[in-house]
Ligand binder design. Structure first.
Ligand code: IPM
Ligand code: MG
Length: 359
């Protein structure tokens, strides 16, 4: 049976990087027997421009009817002055929530070829392979009430609400324990239980769950310390599980350990492993349209899609190996370029990955 993949390029560099990832899928279809049908849709600013909202109804319908979604990135300065509900980022949050993609897997892997691109000393990061499991459909990103109100004295006050139900903590916890089981069996739950009651509950639920996973070693860390430890000694971590906002922040931090945020893919999964796959970087409006964006995070997101939603682990490995090969060849987009390597643009990088897949 053919897999339906909905492709949502989005804004900024989104169309450029997704174009390269789509070439990879097309190559797998033509040459490696992948049963896949691609459809295109609009999201973010592109959705707003075409249909007046960042998640057009048609896009949501197509997404619900597909096995997986491949997304580029959303957002851009042109949309920053829109009413908040119309902004591109709201389209991304809405599709995550509508598809119930509560489990966000964000690996941070250092390719040995890129050790010198990291801002940290090679010995601190060499061999790095950590996975952040971020809760994606709850917490302060979605909690009500939220808004900006005017107080009696005329002063304005912004407010958001951080809430987690036990069941929400439990389902992300189980995903994290199960993921840790398939790795080095060490899970660090990150919270701010010394200040926030919500995360006191988070810690309690994680501790309770650990009884069901005696083979996994559970530890807890406050988020401020976790940020410091990620930069000080990142290899102490295997899997990190944390809330929506802490995961947002820590995953950017972890990304930089690997040299460039342009290298890191992500998977957002529902309870049946239907998923949306996207690079963890944003739409990079400053370099959009110049053909210099790094498509590898998006191509590696296709790898995660093959593994988690399309049940094609062997093809996932092929994609990952092809990325390794182009790095071995010394090809680098500007974000990972160093003096001893060859600078290439988005399309040349995508072509090289496709060529490696063919060889
Ligand atoms: C991410 C992004 C998004 C988030 C933005 C674009 C809404 O930063 O996927 O990490 O905060 O989740
Ligand atoms: Mg982010």
């Amino acid at each position: 049976m053919s897999n339906k993949v909905l492709v949502l390029p989005g804004d900024g560099i989104g169309p450029e990087i997704v174009g390269e990832a789509a070439k990879v899928l097309e190559c797998l279809r033509q040459e490696h027997g992948l049963q896949v049908e691609l459809e295109q849709g609009l999201i973010g600013g592109a959705g707003y421009d075409a249909a007046g909202k960042p998640l057009p109804d048609e896009t949501l319908r197509l997404a619900k009817a597909s096995d997986a979604v491949l997304l580029g990135a959303v957002g851009g300065p042109k949309y920053d002055t829109l009413d908040r509900p119309l902004r591109p980022e709201r389209g991304l949050l809405a599709i995550r929530s509508e598809l119930e993609l509560f489990g966000n897997l964000r690996p941070a892997i250092l390719y040995p070829q890129l050790a010198s691109a990291s801002a940290l000393k090679p010995e601190v990061v060499s061999g790095l392979n950590i996975l952040i499991v971020r809760e994606l459909t709850g917490g302060i990103y979605f909690g009500e009430p939220r808004g900006i109100r005017t107080l009696e004295n005329g002063e304005r006050q912004g407010y958001n609400t951080l809430v987690y139900r036990e069941s929400e903590i439990e389902r992300i916890g189980r995903l994290a324990f199960e993921t840790a089981r398939k790795r080095d069996k060490r899970l660090c739950s990150v919270d701010k239980a010394n200040v926030l009651e919500v995360t006191e509950l988070w810690r309690e639920v994680m501790t309770r769950l650990s009884a069901d996973y005696p083979d996994v070693e559970l530890s807890h860390m406050y988020v401020d310390n976790a940020a410091m430890q990620l930069v000080r000694a990142p290899k102490q971590f295997d899997v990190i599980v944390t809330t929506n906002m802490f995961g947002d922040i820590l995953s950017d931090c972890a990304a930089m350990l690997t040299g460039s945020i342009g290298m890191l893919p992500s998977a957002s999964l529902d309870k049946n492993s239907r998923g949306m796959y996207e690079p963890i970087h944003g739409s990079a409006p400053d370099i959009a349209g110049q053909g210099v964006a790094n498509p590898l995070a998006t191509i590696l997101s296709v790898g995660m899609m093959l593994r988690y939603s399309l049940n094609e682990p062997a093809l996932a490995e092929k994609v990952e190996a092809a990325v390794g090969q182009v790095l071995d060849q010394g090809l680098r987009t500007p974000d990972i370029h160093t003096s001893d390597t060859r600078k290439v643009g988005t399309v040349a990088m995508g072509d090289a990955v496709v060529a490696a897949l063919r060889s």
